[in-house]
Ligand binder design. Structure first.
Ligand SMILES: [Mn+2]
Length: 394
């Protein structure tokens, strides 16, 4: 009996030792993919968002991760053109088949996933989202805990049959998640904390869609002190919402948007995180920041030195000037639609055109795309009524 016990103790310690070496968890944390962005305006740009998503999936395969976290705003709105949605579904099906369904995709709904101005009206939330569709097709795991329930009932185990639940365990990781909690997520923090079961043997992730105050100027977020309430229950707070990347205290992680969803995104540091967690007594994280192959961009400014009187004159002038600025060698490559072909941000300055000359930005954008190696253009009109402004000398 002693020897039997002895054997047991020995084998237990061997298992423990093996576990210490092999207990390695790898995951990718991405957010704010904004699928469907630009879909009505520019085909190339619309495809950029799907390409970014594809790159995330490919990266997951290359690094053989255990799962992918998506921190909300996976879709940019409730409106999605059938062709674009088909591409997304096909990508996910291919990913699932090629990985034998070994790499789970765990997502939550961000504010963009669940509401959107439609036909000039705010769409009343009716529990619909494209993520729910993907979950019902078995392509993703959508965590959507019901925060209105009592703390011990909030996080129900994810049910693959119904596609519903608030938590899921993958290896030694337990992932908790809720949809976007509205403008005041702070109200729910202590409730979320009480709903998370403390277990020192597991690595706890909480997936949320909100920012932290101060990380982005003038964008509301959760107070940093108030978020500390979660720290003894959560090993990794996985955020989405702010399109700018940040990491706080090796505990709060926000990867930023995957592709530039608006003009300011282009200048942000953004990307995805590849996390490796090892368990030797304590959990330790190794975080690798990965930049995605995003669309490039360039800013140009054109000064109008006199008052132009017709659209045609103005368009011709602008295009002629830009053709001189753009590298003539690159011009010859304009047949290509590679990711290196930039989005042009064009600032028009100088003398304000005659009132009969009304710039049609759509028309000018189309002309720019046609005549220059640019994939899309945004036009900013910063004219002055007075010619001798400081701009003219700059
Ligand atoms: Mn977003």
């Amino acid at each position: 009996m002693t020897s039997a016990n002895g054997t047991n103790i020995q084998s237990e310690s061997i298992v423990k030792a093996q576990k210490a070496v092999t207990s390695l968890i790898k995951f990718i944390h991405a957010s704010d993919i904004h699928l469907g962005s630009h879909q009505y305006r520019n085909e190339d740009r619309a495809n950029d968002f799907i390409s970014a998503f594809e790159e995330i999936l490919t990266t997951a395969v290359i690094h053989q991760v255990d799962f992918i976290l998506l921190g909300g705003d996976v879709f940019t709105s409730l409106e999605m053109l059938p062709g674009k949605l088909t591409r997304v579904v096909n990508l996910l099906n291919k990913f699932k088949n090629e990985t034998d369904n070994r790499i789970k995709i765990v997502a939550i709904e961000g504010n963009h996933d669940i509401r959107k101005f439609s036909r000039g009206q705010r769409f009343k939330q009716r529990d619909q989202s494209w993520l729910k569709l993907l979950a019902s097709l078995g392509l993703i795991i959508l965590l959507d805990a019901d925060v209105e329930l009592a703390p011990d009932e909030i996080f129900k185990e994810y049910d693959f049959k119904t596609g519903k639940g608030g938590k899921i365990r993958i290896k030694d990781v337990i992932i908790y998640g809720t949809r976007y909690l509205g403008q005041n997520p702070e109200e729910y923090l202590s409730k979320l904390r009480d709903g998370i079961v403390r277990d020192d043997n597991l690595f706890h992730i909480l997936l949320q869609h909100f920012g932290i105050e101060g990380q982005m100027a003038q964008v509301p977020g959760v107070n940093y002190q108030r978020i500390q309430i979660l720290k003894d229950r959560v090993n990794y707070l996985a955020l989405g919402h702010y399109h700018l990347q940040f990491i706080l205290d090796d505990w709060i992680f926000n990867p930023g948007s995957s592709e530039s969803a608006c003009s300011s995104d282009f200048s942000f540091i953004r990307g995805i995180f590849l996390i490796t967690v090892t368990n030797n007594e304590n959990y330790t994280k190794c975080v690798k920041k990965i930049r995605l192959m995003n669309r490039t961009y360039r800013w140009e400014t054109i000064y109008l030195k006199r008052e132009l009187r017709s659209n045609e004159n103005l368009y011709n002038y602008v295009i002629r000037k830009l053709k001189n600025i753009f590298d003539p060698i690159k011009n010859s490559d304009s047949g290509l639609r590679s990711i290196q072909i930039p989005v042009l941000f064009l600032v028009l300055k100088g003398m304000k055109p005659h009132h009969k000359c009304k710039i049609n930005t759509k028309e000018l954008t189309d002309l720019l795309i046609e005549n220059l190696p640019v994939v899309d253009a945004r036009i900013y009109q910063k004219f002055s009524n007075f010619l001798k402004t400081i701009d003219i000398f700059m």
